[in-house]
Design a protein around this ligand. Structure first.
Ligand code: ATP
Ligand code: MG
Length: 640
């Protein structure tokens, strides 16, 4: 109770100073200018993965690298502010004893008044500087951390992303990083400030009266003990709370990405119910966290109140008995508040610090993940990639002992077209994903132009291989930006339009309100699946790769557009090794090699003319598809 009144008063006093002392500040700003104006960009390139440590305090300290000076200066400024405050009370004691109780003061009264004003001014300046330096430290540290996290996540392997919920990553990059910002801005500086306040005022108290000083800190061990006990409890509760926060983020993110499915199946009530359940769980965990916090406050409040009461009582008795002067008692009354206030604050910071430490662990877990070694493998053919690919008994498993591809062997000559046919889940996408080294094959060998794929760097392979994905993703940017996404140079309008024409999308783009500048997605046009696919094809055309992968690229278009795209693709496929995955035999009949995949095994391979004659799955699919198509044609001609 006492504590909260005093802390409110003092916090207000502190926050009022920056305004009052604004003008005096220009001088001190010059003095501290060098510190405040240091370039904020120079530390953005830190390799946090190797810098940080599993040990939290050590890791947090290292996270501040480059700003240690600012941090120390912030605390030192707090120390000066504390000194000025203690000096004010000492001056008060001197004033009361020498001017009010007796009149033996030798200095003119105006000097005493100016000293009071000066001390208050100094206190304000230092508090302001400390606040600014603390903000600089925390904001820059966290800005750099955010940048690093984003950069790091961009470089994590495919497997990491397929195993981790996006919501979990978002939660760690936003909510946990923010919790770290609060840690640096409030708690880390606060603990330094409060320790200094305590030490300076305690020394001042000892100067007044040692016995009284010792009596004033009896409660310290109890308060510290209780704080540490609560620190542990809050840590656990906060960790659980953050985990639930991630669950809620994932629920929201999945719901928004899959909003079409939700609507199509009219599953809104189910989704709302799921969200409410998760939100309720978050509420319960938040309540538990707050309950622990609210239990801590009264306990520490009572202890601090008792401590002050004992101090005031003993001090008053000593003043009555003449062991200390009235001035000393007045100074004591002021100083003891500045012992109790930091003490209470220290406990509070220790408890709050647990949030920062838990968040550090959560963020560190991402940072500690290994990046995909994108530049590992140094071989680069001098005269470019020709495109001969050999699969030699290649097997692959996503998870240990669960093979998805078994002993795959075939040879794709440079510039030829290889078609993959097979039922859903048979491993077609998995097979082509091995080529850009999205995943590493478990056994066997893949040779590109006679060299093991592992000799080439992932970066090089991904530059040389163009993929039109099964479900192409477009960014919420303009159509032009989406088409030129994979190209690292300025493109002329003609080049872009040429690619769009080849992909049979140019005419469609012209019908949009802003043509090529039309935005895609929420703020612009909504594209159909086929339109997206064609934009993805145009994007790959511009990239001009040596090896081309078309994963079901014509699945979402009608037969007429498919015809247009196919002729575009045929010119695109010329002189490039092309892997084409398609469900319609029509799309792959002209391929140089057809691989039929069943449950991760290549069960048939050859050209269309041979395969269609052999009894097997290819023949069955062919017969079925031609029968369906003739029936359709007949029906259409009958209807016509
Ligand atoms: N990231 C992954 N982690 C674990 N298993 C996976 C992963 N991706 C695919 N699989 C599994 O590997 C198998 C082959 O999947 P793949 O996507 O290669 O099939 P597909 O032939 O491309 O099917 P579709 O015609 O439906 O596209 C499936 O059983 C699938 O469940
Ligand atoms: Mg697939």
């Amino acid at each position: 109770m006492f504590g909260s009144i005093y802390s409110i008063y003092t916090e207000q006093q502190i926050s009022a100073f920056p305004i009052r002392y604004n003008q005096t500040l220009s001088l001190s700003e010059n003095l501290f200018g060098a510190l405040l104006k240091r370039n904020t960009q120079t530390h953005s390139e830190l390799d946090l993965k190797h810098l940080l440590s599993e040990k939290r305090i050590k890791g947090l300290w290292r996270l501040m690298r480059g700003y240690h000076l600012e941090y120390t200066a912030a605390i030192t400024a707090q120390g000066f502010s504390a000194l000025a405050k203690a000096a004010t009370y000492m001056l008060l004691s001197f004033f009361v004893d020498n001017y009010l109780v007796t009149s033996i003061g030798t200095y003119p009264i105006w000097m005493i008044s100016i000293s009071f004003i000066l001390l208050a001014g100094l206190q304000g300046i230092f508090t302001y500087l400390s606040g600014r330096l603390a903000a600089k430290t925390s904001e820059n540290t966290v800005r750099r951390l955010r940048n690093y996290l984003f950069d790091h996540i961009q470089h994590l392997p495919f497997s990491y992303h397929s195993e981790t919920d996006t919501g979990e990553l978002i939660s760690r990059c936003t909510s946990d990083v923010d919790s770290l910002r609060r840690f640096f801005n409030d708690q880390a500086i606060g603990i330094g400030r409060i320790s200094l306040l305590f030490i300076v005022n305690f020394i001042a108290l000892i100067q007044l009266n040692t016995k009284l000083a010792l009596i004033s800190v009896i409660a310290v061990p109890f308060i510290l003990g209780i704080s540490i006990y609560f620190f542990r409890k809050v840590s656990k509760a906060y960790e659980a709370y953050q985990e639930q926060d991630a669950v809620l983020s994932t629920t929201l993110q999945e719901n928004l990405s899959g909003v079409r499915v939700v609507k199509a199946f009219a599953r809104q009530p189910y989704e709302i119910d799921k969200f409410e359940k998760n939100n309720w769980e978050k509420f319960l965990r938040g309540k538990k966290l707050l309950t622990i916090h609210s239990l801590y406050w009264p306990i520490s409040e009572v202890l601090c109140g008792l401590q002050m009461l004992v101090g005031f009582l003993v001090g008053a008795l000593m003043a009555i008995n003449g062991k200390i002067t009235v001035g000393d008692y007045l100074a004591y009354a002021g100083l003891v508040i500045w012992i109790i206030f930091p003490l209470r604050g220290l406990g509070r910071f220790i408890v709050q610090m647990s949030n920062g430490l838990v968040s550090y662990d959560r963020v560190y877990k991402i940072i500690n993940e290994n990046r995909e070694p994108i530049d590992e493998g140094k071989y680069k053919p001098a005269d470019g990639v020709k495109g001969e690919i050999i699969f030699d008994h290649v097997s692959f498993e996503y998870e240990k002992n669960d093979r998805v591809l078994h002993n795959i062997s075939f040879k794709a000559d440079a510039g030829k077209v290889i078609a993959l046919l097979g039922s859903t889940g048979s491993g077609k996408t998995t097979l082509v994903n091995l080529l850009p080294r999205f995943y590493e094959y478990t056994s066997g060998e893949i040779l590109l132009d006679g060299f093991d794929l592992r000799c080439y760097s992932r970066r090089f392979l991904r530059q040389e291989i163009g993929i039109v994905e099964q479900e192409p993703f477009l960014f919420s940017r303009s159509i032009k930006e989406n088409i030129t996404y994979g190209v690292n140079r300025e493109m002329t309008r003609e080049e872009i339009e040429q690619a769009a024409k080849k992909a049979a999308i140019h005419d469609v783009i012209l019908t949009f309100p802003d043509g090529y500048n039309t935005l895609v997605g929420e703020r612009g046009v909504t594209l159909s699946g086929g339109q997206k696919q064609r934009i993805a094809i145009a994007r790959t055309l511009l990239k001009d790769p040596c090896i081309l992968i078309l994963d079901d690229s014509t699945s979402s278009v009608d037969t007429e557009t498919e015809g247009q795209i196919r002729s575009a693709l045929e010119s695109l496929m010329k002189d490039r090794t092309t892997f084409i995955i398609a469900h319609r035999i029509q799309s792959i009949m002209t391929a140089d090699l057809i691989l039929v995949l069943e449950d991760g095994h290549v069960t048939q391979k050859g050209r269309h003319t041979d395969l269609v004659k052999k009894a097997g799955i290819y023949q069955q699919i062919y017969n079925m598809q031609t029968r369906v198509e003739t029936e359709l044609d007949e029906e259409l001609s009958n209807a016509g």
